[in-house]
Design a binder for this molecule. Sequence first.
Ligand SMILES: [Zn+2]
Length: 251
Amino acid sequence: MVCHCLLVEGARELVLIDAGIGLQDIEHPERLGRGFRPMARPTLDPAMTAVAQIKRLGFSPSDVGHIVLTHLDLDHAGGLADFPRAKVHVYDLELEAALNPLTMGEKNRYRAAQWEHGVDWVRHTVHGERWQGFDGVRLAIENETEILLVPLTGHTRGHAGVAVDDGDRWLLHCGDAYFNRAEVELNAGAGPLGLALLRNVVAHNNKVRRSNVSRLRVLADGTPDLTIFSAHDPAELPAPLLASPTSPATA
Ligand SMILES: [Zn+2]
């Protein structure tokens, strides 16, 4: 598995979609909890963090003015501390779940240590706007690049996709709405069995999650100017999103 972040270079600043595992998690792996490390066995390599990859592109961490999160699971929010200047945009149901977890599942999945440095949260609520048939929340953070939060709940209470207008097409970072590409391809099955079991077990509401995956399958199949990808399928990481072998648009 990878933790697939997307970096948007705007006219004035950078926008990072998801923060992955961060430097603090690598320095203090106990931040990731006892269950996650033996199960996921993450490669704790500082060079693979979003902040290290952004520096390799010639930017400074302070160039990242905004982070938009699909959700606050530990493998998506760990990098927040690497960008202390950034405003962090999140669907309000997700922030509520992370700050006030109600179930054992919610108490286990979020890591308060990943935001205890003090985060400039920007909560977003749905108010009637639509994008490709889904609810959408337009984020007024980059004048020339349209970025929307697209609620795709189920994996967590307030999980959302993030849609980015890339000029001649849209990109949709689906976070953990699905784990394996096969799930959103027509007649391709559910992907590896172990991954399917994990995906079902960690879902906050699996029925809602499945229903959103069905909608994504239809969307992916019938929308030519749209590229969708998830957080964790390595097969979705390479082209066509890579700008060039030396200047990846993905981290
Ligand atoms: Zn994840």
